[in-house]
Design a protein around this ligand. Structure first.
Ligand code: MRU
Length: 370
């Protein structure tokens, strides 16, 4: 009898990232599990969460142990594999029903980032092609999830290479939230541009907004830039306009959770205000994102569903209540920056601009769906 060849995860190149731990990795062969770096405890501790069920993955995404649009997409892709593994021992019909159920469950976890549904759909499609036994179909899903992980790292590296020329040598760059290696399988989007420029020998200072309420800028962006040897300074979100007015910043670059056909962009709450301040001070404002973040099925940002998160994220810091009892808190996780405020979109295919009044749909389809 010939032994089956085990299906192993891809080896990911992490060249620019110093000793930063991986955001997520499949551990083992087809009997393995998903290991996530628990981002809620950074930078104090480096801890991991092992996910063996779709429920584990859903919970880790909800709590933001794994976060960032591309990373939650890849995590959910593996979550779909975990949640349907048992059904692969049954019939094709049973597997197909389970794929539908688990895919819907995972996609409902966080609504704003389009990458989540996009990645889940890709893995689901790999498992629902006709003419294969259920076990073969499930193995095809795991291979598809591994391919997504490898592709994400590759695409992010290409985003960095495409955008590096925009980074001012000797100047300052401001970013918001975390659109780095921790938000993807490796390298990130906005931060990949900075890693690539740094690798080319450019020297510049990075300013990271702390990004209330959950401090992804202070905790995560500062952590990973420091690990990679870049010069990083953290500021309160409210200091960003003054920093732009001071002339220390020549470029703003952020990531994205969903980009509509007209270029309107959803990203972490506070991005819109930053774009307005950048425009007022004539500093170019760039968005870096893979093509999988473009959602050409929606015409404008008005159609993007913004996730609202628990009031306690605003009202409580650590174990301290910072808002008086009885006062309510509003906690949208994202906002929408109108396309005219964006100087360009750094993608793996180069730096793109929407055509005013037409958006992207008239000139190309970033996901190759047409
Ligand atoms: O709530 P989060 O931490 O998942 O929000 C993340 C962001 O807004 C990122 O900027 C975006 O997902 C792009 S990540 C490359």
């Amino acid at each position: 009898m010939i032994a089956a060849i085990p299906i192993l995860p891809p080896r990911i190149d992490r060249g620019w990232l110093g000793n930063l731990p991986p955001t997520l990795e499949w551990d083992g062969d087809e009997t393995g599990f998903l290991r996530l770096l628990d981002q809620t405890v950074l930078p104090e501790r480096v801890a991991f969460r092992d996910c063996r069920t779709a429920e584990d993955v859903w919970d880790a995404i909800k709590r933001l142990q794994v976060r960032g649009a591309p990373a939650i997409g890849v995590a959910a892709a593996y979550g779909l594999c975990l949640g349907t593994r048992a059904a692969s021992a049954a019939s094709n019909d049973a597997l197909a029903a389970e794929i539908r159920r688990v895919a819907e469950y995972l996609c409902a976890c966080r609504p704003t980032a389009v990458n989540l549904a996009w990645a889940v759909r890709r893995v689901a499609q790999a498992g629902t092609q006709k003419g294969r036994a259920a076990r073969e179909a499930w193995l095809a899903m795991l291979r598809a999830a591994h391919a997504l992980a490898a592709e994400d790292a590759d695409v992010c590296r290409r985003i960095g290479e495409a955008g590096a020329r925009l980074v001012p040598d000797g100047g300052g760059v401001l970013t918001h939230c975390n659109a780095g290696a921790l938000a993807t399988v490796a390298y990130g989007t906005a931060l990949s541009v900075l890693y690539a420029a740094h690798a080319q020998g450019k020297r510049f200072r990075v300013f990271a907004d702390e990004t209330r309420p959950l401090l992804q800028g202070a905790r995560l962006t500062a952590y990973e830039l420091q690990a990679a040897g870049l010069d990083v300074t953290v500021l309160c979100d409210g200091a960003a306009a003054s920093l732009l007015a001071s002339g220390q910043v020549q470029m703003v670059i952020v990531g994205a959770d969903r980009i509509a056909a007209n270029g309107d962009t959803a990203n972490k709450i506070g991005t819109y205000g930053l774009a307005l301040a950048a425009r007022a001070h004539e500093v170019p404002f760039y968005v870096a994102a893979p093509r999988s973040t473009f959602d050409l099925s929606i015409r404008s940002g008005a159609e993007i569903r913004i996730e609202e998160r628990a009031a306690s994220e605003v009202g409580v810091i650590g174990d301290r209540e910072i808002v008086p009892k009885g006062v309510s808190c509003w906690n949208p996780a994202f906002d929408v920056t109108p396309s005219p405020l964006i100087a360009g979109f750094v993608t793996e295919s180069g730096v793109l601009q929407p055509v005013p009044g037409h958006g992207f749909g008239e000139i190309f389809d970033p996901r190759g769906l047409k």
